[in-house]
Design a protein around this ligand. Structure first.
Ligand SMILES: Cc1cc2nc3c(=O)[nH]c(=O)nc-3n(C[C@H](O)[C@H](O)[C@H](O)COP(=O)(O)OP(=O)(O)OC[C@H]3O[C@@H](n4cnc5c(N)ncnc54)[C@H](O)[C@@H]3O)c2cc1C
Length: 361
């Protein structure tokens, strides 16, 4: 058995915008949260350059600097940090058990903010600067970076819905968008394909793999080296930007079998709250959001998850995935808040005077 190193009321897995916002709220509620920083302290924004769409920074801010501010704000109110990551969990009972290389951490409530990772091709030139051209013309997020490519010639790599969505979005800025796909047909849904095919700014290169992204830190991206997997020909294609759009993978493998998730691994949350199917476990940010995937939405749901955890610890109702509203120790509060079902099955009024509230209360 591994040694227990900490036991906390609120443990937050992940130190991106979602996790650190949850920490700010939980710390200000005097819950002394623990943030387990994970393999990428600060999260995805630490591998980008300018962030221009995070509110409050009229002139924009560098991604790593923004995340330092988040961390300092969380630390200011008493957040503790553990430089480690979780490889296994046991959510069968409270406190929940989290396994790290240093020992086990016990959590009365758990906030999962482990984010998602864009899938990359693993080719030369793709890594974040200074090792490659990431942030200097290579991106995996059109919403984030499209604005920087006004009037430029762009390549989008991929053939699924993500690629069609990114390509279509980028035509707002780019002079032309060329989709490079390794097969002779697209995987994307018909509606997304039709939209992209009808767009005059988009054209396609089929049966082709991207072998390398070429450029320098001074010039940014200048071209891509392509390989036609039918004719076996290699060519160079001039462009000023490359968007890798082959999907994302949420960092949620350790919750398989414990928490409800979709086919890709995005955790399911309630909709009205950030509750998962296990009472006391909340999820926020990109780990549960396959759609918006922005720093501000991650931060927003981080705030929600912390407020949910705080209510849960105070024995107040938090809506769950089942539609019931559950408090700790097995009590169930009905969705209309009128009655509480006790662990032994007794049904009692949820009103201070024991009476049912008048209509409209
Ligand atoms: C290159 C790039 C540029 C971007 N630009 C913008 C932009 O300009 N504007 C914008 O709004 N959004 C941008 N985004 C998207 C934005 O970064 C994400 O939406 C946001 O970071 C999601 O926040 P998050 O906290 O949910 O997860 P993440 O930022 O992904 O953070 C996840 C955290 O979980 C931790 N973790 C993972 N696994 C474990 C584990 N097993 N145990 C413990 N911890 C773990 C990681 O270490 C990390 O700290 C960009 C993304 C990328 C990749």
């Amino acid at each position: 058995m591994t040694q227990e190193i900490l036991h906390k009321e609120v443990v937050i897995i992940g130190s991106g915008p979602a996790g650190l916002t949850a920490a700010i709220y939980a710390a200000r509620a005097d819950l002394k949260p623990l943030v387990i920083e994970g393999p990428q302290p600060g999260g995805q924004l630490t591998i980008t350059t300018e962030v221009e769409n995070y509110p409050g920074f009229a002139e924009g801010i560098q991604g790593p600097e923004l995340m330092e501010q988040f961390r300092a704000q969380a630390a200011r109110f008493g957040t503790e940090f553990l430089v480690s990551w979780i490889d296994k969990v046991d959510l069968s009972e409270r406190p929940f058990t989290l396994h790290t290389a240093e020992g086990t951490v016990k959590a009365e409530t758990l906030i999962i903010a482990s984010g998602a990772s864009a899938k990359w091709l693993g080719i030369p030139g793709e890594a974040p600067a200074p090792h490659g051209l990431g942030g200097l013309g290579v991106s995996a997020c059109a919403t984030c970076d499209g604005f920087f490519f006004k009037g430029k010639k762009i390549v989008v790599v991929g053939g699924g819905d993500t690629a069609m969505e990114e390509a279509t979005f980028l035509t707002r800025y780019a002079s032309s968008v060329t989709v490079v796909h390794r097969r002779d047909h697209l995987r994307a849904s018909k509606i997304m394909q039709d939209k992209a095919m009808k767009n005059e700014k988009i054209d396609f290169i089929w049966n082709t793999d991207v072998l390398e992204i070429i450029g320098t830190p001074e010039s940014g991206v200048t071209s891509v080296r392509l390989y036609n997997n039918v004719t076996h020909e290699e060519t160079t294609f001039d462009c000023e930007g490359v968007f890798i759009a082959i999907g994302h993978k949420p960092n949620t493998d350790m919750f398989k079998g414990w928490l409800e998730m979709d086919d890709i691994g995005y955790l399911k949350t309630n909709g009205h709250s950030m509750a998962t199917n296990v009472p006391g476990v909340f999820a926020c940010g990109d780990a549960q959001d396959s759609f918006y995937r922005q720093a501000i939405t991650a931060a927003g749901t981080g705030c929600m998850a912390a407020i949910d955890a705080e209510r849960y610890l105070d024995n107040l109702p938090v809506p769950t995935l089942t539609g019931e509203e559950v408090t700790i120790e097995g009590e169930i509060v009905t969705a209309d808040h009128e009655t509480i079902i006790m662990p032994d099955g007794e049904v009692i009024s949820n009103h201070a005077d024991g009476e049912a509230a008048p209509a409209g209360d």
